[in-house]
Design a protein around this ligand. Structure first.
Ligand code: FE2
Length: 377
C-alpha cells in the first residue's frame, strides 16, 4: 500500500508505506528539490539559497506516479518530482528520543575481549585490494582502532598508511615525530616511563582526529602498546552516575602545552563532548596536559572530580585494555577522538623506536564511503 496526502494547512504531506507513515514539510521538500535547477547533477551541490524559496511556500497537491511523488507548490505553481526511494532514505519523522546519550549507529563498544580478534591487515593487501581496504577502514570506524602489519620496518613507512586514505596533519612536532628514549625529553612520551592511557594533544583545537604509531625497532623488555575504548568508559560512567557524566560533558576542561619558547597551545573543551542530539563525539583525557579547571562551578567541582577520577579508574583496569607489542614493520592507528592509547614501561636494555604522525578522520571516512559506493556498484 502506498498513499500520499497533504495536511489541511498544506504545510506538510504524509507518505504512507509498508515501512510506516512519514511526514515531510513543504519547506523541507522545496529546499530539497532534486531537479537540475536546484542541484548540480555532477556534485550534488545546491544551486539555490533559502531566499529563492517563497516564505509562504505551501503544497497544493501530491500525486503518486510509478516510483515518484509529484508535488505541486504554491505560490510558485511549481511541480517537483521526488523518488519515493530517496524520500524513504531521508525520513526525519522518526527521530529517537534525543535526551538519551547514544553512539553513532555503527560504533561497537569493546573491552579486553577484542584482544582475541584485533582488527588488522597487511599493508600490501591494503594497497592492492579495495575490498580489504574498505573492511579495514570500516573496522577503524566501528572500533576506533586497527593494526597494520607486513611493512619492512625501515623508517618513514608510516606514510604508506596515511597514503591509504588521506593526508598527514602536520603540527609543531613536525610532519612526523620520533618516539624513543631521550636524555632530556621535552615531552614525557620520550622517556622509558609507563604512560597512563590518554588521547593525544587535547590542547589543540581542533584536536588531531587520527594518530598512527609505526614500529621501527622494539627489542626492549616490555614497552607494549595498549588501547582503551573511551566511548565504552563514557557509557559506563553514564550508566553508573549520570550526574557525574553530565559534569564531564557540560563543563569545559582546560588543556595546555608549553613545550618550548615558540609553542603555547591551549584549548577549552569538555572531557566528554556530545553532539547537539547527544551522540558521543569526542573524548579528551590526558592528565599530563590538563590545566587547572576553572570553568566548573564551585558547587559542581567535587562531583566533577569524582567522575573524572572514575574515568581514570576505568581507564586503568585491565578488563578495559587491549595490549599488544608492536614488532618492526607493524603499526596501529587510533581514532584520537575515541580511543585512548599508551605504552607500558620498558627496561633500559634494547631499543624502542616508534614513529608517529597525525591525520584527519574526515578523509578516512570519505575514503570509506567512496569505497562502499564503488564496491557496491
Ligand atoms: Fe600519546
Amino acid at each position: 500500500m502506498m498513499k500520499a496526502d497533504i495536511s489541511s494547512s498544506r504545510s506538510f504531506m504524509t507518505l504512507q508505506t509498508n515501512e510506516g507513515s512519514f511526514r515531510f514539510h513543504a519547506i523541507w521538500l522545496r529546499d530539497n528539490a532534486l531537479d537540475e535547477n536546484a542541484r548540480d547533477p555532477r556534485n550534488g551541490q545546491r544551486l539555490i539559497t533559502l531566499q529563492d524559496i517563497p516564505k509562504d511556500i505551501r503544497l497544493d497537491s501530491v500525486i503518486i506516479e510509478d516510483n515518484e511523488i509529484l508535488c505541486t507548490f504554491s505560490p510558485e505553481n511549481k511541480i517537483i518530482r521526488y523518488s519515493i526511494k530517496w524520500l524513504l532514505n531521508h525520513t526525519y519523522d522518526n527521530q529517537k528520543n534525543s535526551d538519551r546519550i547514544r553512539l553513532e549507529s555503527e560504533s561497537i563498544l569493546w573491552d579486553k575481549e577484542l584482544q582475541k580478534e584485533i582488527p588488522k591487515c597487511n599493508i600490501s593487501e591494503l594497497e592492492s585490494n579495495s575490498i580489504s581496504l574498505q573492511k579495514w577502514l570500516f573496522d577503524i570506524h566501528r572500533y576506533g582502532f586497527a593494526k597494520v602489519n607486513g611493512m619492512s620496518g625501515i623508517p618513514d613507512e608510516i606514510f604508506r598508511i596515511v597514503d591509504l586514505f588521506g593526508y598527514v596533519r602536520e603540527t609543531n612536532y613536525g610532519r612526523h615525530f620520533e618516539v624513543r628514549t631521550e636524555v632530556n625529553p621535552v615531552n614525557l612520551a620520550y622517556t622509558r616511563l609507563a604512560l597512563q592511557a590518554h588521547t593525544d594533544n587535547p590542547y589543540r583545537d581542533p584536536v588531531p582526529t587520527l594518530q598512527i604509531l609505526s614500529c621501527v625497532e622494539n627489542s626492549t623488555e616490555g614497552g607494549e602498546s595498549m588501547v582503551v575504548d573511551g566511548y565504552k568508559i563514557a557509557m559506563d560512567i553514564y550508566s553508573e552516575d549520570p550526574e557525574g557524566f553530565s559534569c564531564l560533558a557540560k563543563f569545559p576542561a582546560r588543556f595546555s602545552y608549553d613545550g618550548s619558547k615558540e609553542v603555547s597551545l591551549k584549548a577549552k573543551k569538555p572531557m566528554i563532548e556530545l553532539s547537539p542530539d547527544n551522540e558521543l563525539r569526542c573524548i579528551r583525557f590526558n592528565s599530563r596536559s590538563t590545566a587547572p579547571l576553572v570553568d566548573v562551578p564551585f558547587n559542581f567541582m567535587e562531583k566533577y572530580y569524582e567522575a573524572y577520577r572514575r574515568f581514570a579508574e576505568l581507564v586503568d583496569i585491565t578488563q578495559n585494555q587491549v595490549a599488544f607489542k608492536l614488532k618492526p614493520g607493524e603499526a596501529f592507528i587510533v581514532d584520537n577522538t575515541r580511543v585512548l592509547h599508551s605504552r607500558k614501561g620498558y627496561s633500559g636494555s634494547g631499543k624502542r623506536w616508534l614513529q608517529g604522525c597525525y591525520a584527519d578522520k574526515d578523509s578516512l571516512l570519505s575514503k570509506l564511503r567512496s569505497l562502499e559506493n564503488l564496491n557496491v556498484g
